[in-house]
Design a protein around this ligand. Structure first.
Ligand code: 5AD
Length: 342
């Protein structure tokens, strides 16, 4: 076990021999648990409306330049069918925090997807009422993603100016989600303005303490229509890409059986290598964007996110080719968390 001070030290020295050892150890653990299998999860971004004020995120409610959309039921089901036909065994229903999407609407989508396709359903819809979580679970949802973003409550408040006290509800919500039977996923951003090395080390400890089934760690990428894009000189974290990779490795070492994606933001920051690098540093999951156009281009969380093209045979081939090049293959299973007894 590393102490907090040791974690901070290695995060500040991402090119040290100690860091190299961590990268290697994480890859070994990943291989021991998952062999060469990579779980592919298809994301469908059903709405980019958002009531939140996150200063780092392009979907935040203050961004009046963004054209907003909500997908229709039939459009969502068509995208799900496409994902299933491409062989995806998990469908992730994601959106901005959009309370105008009724819990019944989501319930019907879950029911229909579970009825028509042999897939797991993951929800990523932000903070909702406990009854909604319960209802969706009963209908058949399998997993819920809710990033706590940072464990530093002052930084969380600073990046959400309407919060009256330094707090983060999401940590409590994650515990509830687990209790009612969801596989729960959470994670953080690396390199947001005002974030410290110490808080990253604490994030890592919180991630492990929560015993998450899925852990997503991604680099911060500025979005020009957000307040934080004017505070880039306040970024303390150096070498954000490598620091992200190192945190993925540490998360793998501390959480051997968790499903850990090579995050989309990594692949946007480094279009050529990012995704493969994540997979080589301990990640075992890739989550491609299956949102149809014109919506895909409107889900602009950070600059550059919407540049990739709509999912098709060619994109699928490129992904499979990349996996092959690094000695991996797509899993044919739904990819639930391996029981800890194994
Ligand atoms: N850079 C990287 N990731 C971001 N997110 C939001 N804004 C950014 C950004 N600028 C991530 C957060 C959030 C999700 C919607 O996307 O982790 O939970």
């Amino acid at each position: 076990m590393m102490t907090k001070e040791q974690v901070i030290k290695v995060l500040k020295n991402v090119n040290s021999p100690e860091a190299e050892e961590i990268f290697n150890k994480a890859d070994q653990i990943r291989e021991k648990i998952f062999k060469d299998e990579v779980h592919l999860r298809a994301i469908i971004e059903i709405s980019n409306y958002c009531v939140k004020d996150c200063l780092y995120c392009g979907l935040n409610r203050e961004n009046k330049k963004l054209k907003r959309y909500r997908m229709e039921r039939e459009e969502i089901l068509k995208a799900a069918e496409k994902a299933s036909n491409f062989g995806f065994k998990t469908i992730v229903i994601q959106s901005g925090e959009d309370p105008s999407i009724s819990s019944d609407f989501i319930g019907e989508i879950i029911a229909k997807i579970k009825e028509d396709f042999d897939v797991a359903v993951t929800l990523s819809l932000g903070e909702r009422k406990f009854e909604d979580f319960l209802k969706w679970k009963e209908i058949g949802a399998d997993r819920y993603l809710l990033k706590f973003e940072t464990s530093d409550l002052n930084l969380y408040q600073k990046s959400h100016p309407s919060l009256k006290v330094a707090s983060n509800k999401r940590i409590e919500i994650l515990k509830n989600l687990k209790e009612i039977g969801y596989e729960a996923g959470s994670g953080i951003m690396v390199g947001i303005p005002f974030q410290t090395y110490e808080s990253l080390a604490e994030d890592l400890m919180l991630i492990s303490e929560l015993d998450l089934d899925m852990i997503a760690i991604g680099p911060y990428i500025p979005h020009k229509e957000t307040a934080f894009s004017h505070d880039l000189e306040k970024i303390e974290i150096k070498e954000i890409e490598r620091t992200t990779l190192l945190l993925i490795s540490l998360a793998r070492i501390l959480n051997p059986t968790a499903n850990i994606p090579s995050t989309t933001a990594l692949s946007v920051l480094d279009p050529k290598e990012g995704r493969a690098m994540g997979l080589k540093c301990g990640a075992n999951v890739v989550m491609p964007d299956l949102t149809p156009e014109p919506y895909k281009s409107m889900y602009e969380i950070y600059d550059g996110k919407t540049k990739s093209k709509e999912w098709d045979e060619e994109e699928q081939k490129k992904l499979h080719q990349m996996l092959k090049e690094i000695g991996r293959k797509p899993s044919l299973k739904k990819g639930f968390r391996i029981s800890r007894q194994n």
